[in-house]
Write a protein that binds this ligand. Structure first.
Ligand code: KG4
Ligand code: ZN
Length: 327
């Protein structure tokens, strides 16, 4: 089965062609990030306008690179939410129009679940049930998964998402946008133990809160001029605290669900320090940890096509009435 995926939940416009639910034939991603970085964050109105302008050309590139004909497409899979409403509408409208013109089915998939499914595009031997951590600019959530059609929420952030905290701390430090990669780079060689930051405790041990640590960085810097060395240490200490929180809560969830498998997805998993530390801490706890290749951690349509294919095989269907789903 040839599945065409469409992803437009935030600032990216992505179209991919996947064979079955595993083999990527093409995965084109266009981003309006450069424009947003001038404003220090994603401006929804600009994002959706850029998506409207670029989606047809991204689609043409994806079909060309995959060396397929439009009539070869068996299913159109599209992110139906959560995400920015205007952005989602561009992808959904395009996917529905395409499905209608080809006389093929369309299926809407959940963006957060597709971040977890990205692991299936990179690893062949994943066994369920598993605990999953999704850690992106919009979400920080822990799930228990019996099947990729059956996610149960164990905990989530009560305020900022982890990626959002990286972005906000970078802004406070005057680094630019998006903050995640900039903080990771600056933290290299910094003293991770110099300043102690704590992520606040929660009633549910599997819930998260990142706004306190962001505020702590703000007050640490308020009225001070710090040199490049201390700036490095500050980035390293913030990163250390965020990473340790993600690891601790993921392992609590694994213990709680007696799961020896941890699947991780989302943009923050592009962070090399997080990847290396969570892998080794999970191993020590007897948990096998999987994450996607870095290009598949960020928003992309291959993961959307792959999950759509899986759900379609399981009997899930959407109609041409498909609408955005914000939660
Ligand atoms: O999954 P994603 O591409 O979009 C959402 O669905 O939100 O994630 C984007 C987020 C941004 O907040 C960005 O700062 C963060 O992922 N991110 C990182 C790194 N690369 C991207 N955070 C920490 N370290 C990184 N290397
Ligand atoms: Zn995402």
């Amino acid at each position: 089965m040839i599945v065409l995926g469409v992803e437009s939940s935030c600032d990216e416009t992505s179209v991919a062609v996947v064979r079955g639910s595993k083999k990527i034939l093409s995965n084109i991603v266009a981003s309006s990030l450069k424009i947003h970085s001038k404003h220090g964050g994603v401006i929804p109105e600009i994002a959706s306008r850029m998506q409207l302008e670029s989606i047809a050309s991204v689609f043409n590139q994806a079909v060309k690179k995959a060396k397929i004909n439009c009539k070869d497409i068996d299913l159109v899979s599209v992110t139906s939410g959560p995400g920015l409403p205007g952005s989602l509408l561009v992808g959904i409208s395009f996917a529905k129009a395409l499905a209608l013109s080809l006389g093929k089915p369309v299926i809407g998939v959940n963006h957060i679940y597709s971040h977890v499914y990205a692991n299936l595009l990179c690893h062949r031997n994943i066994k369920l049930p598993a605990v999953a951590l999704v850690v992106s600019g919009g979400h920080t959530s822990l799930f228990y998964i019996k099947d990729f059609a059956d996610f149960s929420l164990l905990g989530e952030t009560l305020d900022d998402a982890c990626g959002e905290a990286f972005d906000k701390v970078a802004k406070i430090m005057g680094l630019g946008y998006p903050g995640g990669p900039l903080i990771e780079k600056l933290a290299e060689g910094g003293n991770r133990k110099k300043i102690k930051f704590a992520c606040s405790g929660m009633n549910n041990e599997m819930d998260f809160s990142f706004s306190g640590i962001k505020t702590a960085v703000f007050y640490y810097l308020k009225g001070k001029k710090i040199g490049p060395g201390l700036k490095k240490d500050l980035a390293a200490c913030f990163q250390e605290s965020a990473v340790n929180t993600l690891i601790r809560k993921s392992l609590v969830a694994c213990k709680h669900k007696k799961s020896a498998v941890l699947l991780i997805g989302g943009g923050v998993v592009a962070n090399g320090y997080l990847r290396q530390k969570i892998y080794s801490k999970a191993k020590e706890a007897g948990v096998v940890c999987y994450f996607p290749d870095t290009n598949l951690c960020m928003d992309n349509a291959a993961m959307v096509a792959a999950l759509g294919s899986y759900l379609y095989e399981k009997g899930k269907r959407s109609s041409l009435n498909l609408n955005i789903e914000l939660s």
